[in-house]
Design a protein around this ligand. Sequence first.
Ligand SMILES: *Cc1c(COP(=O)(O)O)cnc(C)c1O
Length: 381
Amino acid sequence: MISFNKPPFTGNEEQYVIASMRSNSLAGNGPFSKKCQDWFEKKQHLNKVLLTPSCTHSLEMAALLLDIKPGDEVIVPSYTFVTTANAFVLRGAKIVFVDIRPDTMNIDEKLIEEAITSKTKVIVPVHYAGVACEMDSIMALAEKYGLYVVEDAAQGMMATYKGRPLGSIGHIGAISFHETKNYTSGGEGGLLIINDKSLVERAEIIRDKGTNRSQFFRGMVDKYSWVDLGSSYLPSDIQAAYLWGQLEKADEINKFRCRVWDLYFKALKPLSDRYIISEPHVPIECEHNAHMFYIKVSDLSERTKLIDYLGINGVNAVFHYVPLHSSSAGNKFGRFCGEDRYTTEHSEKLVRLPIWYGITDTQINFIIDLIYKFFDSSIEK
Ligand SMILES: *Cc1c(COP(=O)(O)O)cnc(C)c1O
């Protein structure tokens, strides 16, 4: 069976994890955590980053940082992972779902203004598949209405918009190191990116149980105490050690994935030229990170048949997401603004093909052949 995903593993993770285990510093903010955070701040030129236990936690921290209160409205695409919305619902926010653009599956920036009310506090663009949302338009709207922008860049590490890393454009960004993402910190993990300098100090306090412990360690205060809301949003240094093995090879992993993506794209292009499938679109201002390779087929029934066909032939292809506005919690905590022209229809057409660091050309060609066989036989019928 060709699995849909394999957690990235380059080889060095093992020695760093063991080194961390043998050190006497396993808790959060240890030496590997500092190395990783430095890497993001220096190599990616990010203002301030904090490792977290997951992207979900990063988004929850963003909601705390922005003082989201019951009744506040948060604009998100309905086509996303549940925590994009849930992190804000936990603070009492009402979610306002907006339709997506069918070309990138990202929130349609042209529909956001219509969703803004006097209660709107935040816009949460999700960079689906590591392809950026139209950030210039979104930031301009945020400025016009005095809103915050939290980028859900869970899938976006190493991808850029007009040369800027995803997660570095809004006031806050969030990246995931879950094992299904391009880089992992041992299965679970995340990063909070704080671009708005006025939010940095509180972000550290919120992450450290509502205490000013990091100021204490820097010698800025002579004792530390409870000063604000907070929780324990620190990953262990062993997780950071795993991640460090991947950051050292960040370019290599990215190049590998992009090559696989290009192989799929070129090989399947004749099918998209004949309108049998459609392939992902990457706008010119976006450099993507090959987080995902997906195709879209005609409808739900064809998708079910294709996934079954690939499955019986040893290939695990998957789909996602059930649009949030059609879920029971999405209904309870949110409302859809405007018309659902593309979200539901396109979510039902999408199939994700296996893509991971280490997949072989033989495996990719096998998958491509199967897709051709499936459509040849379905055309004859
Ligand atoms: C993976 C993902 C998340 C959640 O990341 P975790 O690290 O698993 O919490 C949130 N949003 C999007 C768009 C994702 O793809």
